[in-house]
Design a protein. Structure first.
Length: 255
C-alpha cells in the first residue's frame, strides 16, 4: 500500500495536532451511542481517536491498528500515558487485518483510505472483521474541496499540484467522493453517506486553527511528501496563507 506521508517524530506530532480538527469525535457519536463493546480503528496513526473513544466508552475494548512503526510506538507511548486502560495498539495492514472474522461491533477508519486508489480491499477487510449487524464507518477528505474566500490563487495552484503528485503515487486525494460506491461493492448493507462541511470565518479561533494547519502543511510539504515541488510556488502559497483578509473564510469538505 502506498504511503502518503513520510515517517518521523515531527510528522507524527503534526498528524496528532491535525487529528483534533474536522469535528473531533462528532462523526463517531451516533455509533458510540449504540454502545459497541469491541471497537477497531484501522490506520490509527498516533492513536488520538482510539484513545478518545476508549475514554468515552470505559467499558468497551478498543484496538488501534497501525502499520508505521514510528507512529505505532508513539501511539503506544501516549496510550500508556493516558487515563484509558481499555485501549491497545497493534501492528498490521488494513488490507490484511490480523483479526478473526466477526470480532468487532464497530470498525472505523479516518483519513486512511486516501492511501489507496481503490478502497475496496480495505473496506472488504473491515467488513470481514465486523460482526453481523455491526457497523463499518469511514471518513475521508475531498482534497479538491478546499476553498478560501477571497480566493488564494497560489495556494489553489499548489494544492492542485499536490493532488497530482498524490495520484502519481497511486493515492486518491478525493477518496471521500468514492466511499459510498466502494462500501456497496464490499457487500455492506444499509450504506449511507453524509457530506460534512467545515465552513470557518476569520477572525474565529477555529478559523485560525485550520489556517495554522495549512500553513504548517504547506511549509513542510516537500518533506511530508518527499517531493520536489517548486520552492517559489510553495513560498507564494505561504505568502497568501499568512496574509489574512478582514472578511476571509475557508470551506473544506469531508464525507
Amino acid at each position: 500500500m502506498p504511503v502518503i506521508f513520510t515517517s518521523s517524530a515531527s510528522e507524527s506530532e503534526r498528524l496528532e495536532r491535525q487529528a483534533r480538527l474536522y469535528g473531533g469525535l462528532d462523526f463517531l457519536r451516533p455509533s458510540l451511542a449504540r454502545g459497541p463493546a469491541r471497537i477497531l480503528e484501522v490506520g490509527c496513526g498516533t492513536g488520538c481517536f482510539a484513545r478518545a473513544v476508549a475514554r468515552s466508552l470505559p467499558n468497551a475494548q478498543v484496538v488501534g491498528l497501525e502499520r508505521d512503526e514510528e507512529r505505532l510506538a508513539l501511539a503506544r507511548r501516549l496510550g500508556a500515558e493516558s487515563e484509558a486502560s481499555n485501549v491497545r495498539f497493534e501492528a498490521g495492514d488494513l488490507v490484511a487485518l490480523p483479526f478473526d472474522a466477526g470480532g468487532f461491533d464497530l470498525v472505523f477508519a479516518r483519513f486512511v483510505l486516501v492511501h489507496m486508489p481503490d478502497p475496496l480491499d480495505a473496506l472488504s477487510e473491515m467488513a470481514r472483521v465486523a460482526r453481523p449487524g455491526g457497523e463499518v464507518l469511514a471518513l475521508d477528505m475531498v482534497h479538491s474541496g478546499v476553498w478560501f474566500s477571497p480566493p488564494k490563487l497560489a495556494f489553489a495552484a499548489l494544492l492542485g499540484r499536490i493532488i497530482e503528485v498524490m495520484r502519481q503515487r497511486g493515492l486518491e486525494p478525493d477518496q471521500g467522493l468514492h466511499l459510498l460506491g466502494a462500501m456497496q461493492r464490499a457487500g455492506l448493507e444499509d450504506v449511507q453517506a453524509e457530506v460534512q462541511t467545515h465552513h470557518l470565518r476569520h477572525p474565529s479561533a477555529e478559523f485560525e486553527l485550520y489556517r495554522a494547519n495549512w500553513l504548517e502543511t504547506v511549509a513542510g510539504i516537500n518533506t511530508i511528501l518527499a517531493s520536489d515541488l517548486e520552492e517559489r510556488a510553495v513560498g507564494a502559497a505561504l505568502g497568501e496563507l499568512q496574509a489574512v483578509d478582514a472578511h476571509e473564510s475557508l470551506l473544506e469538505i469531508t464525507v
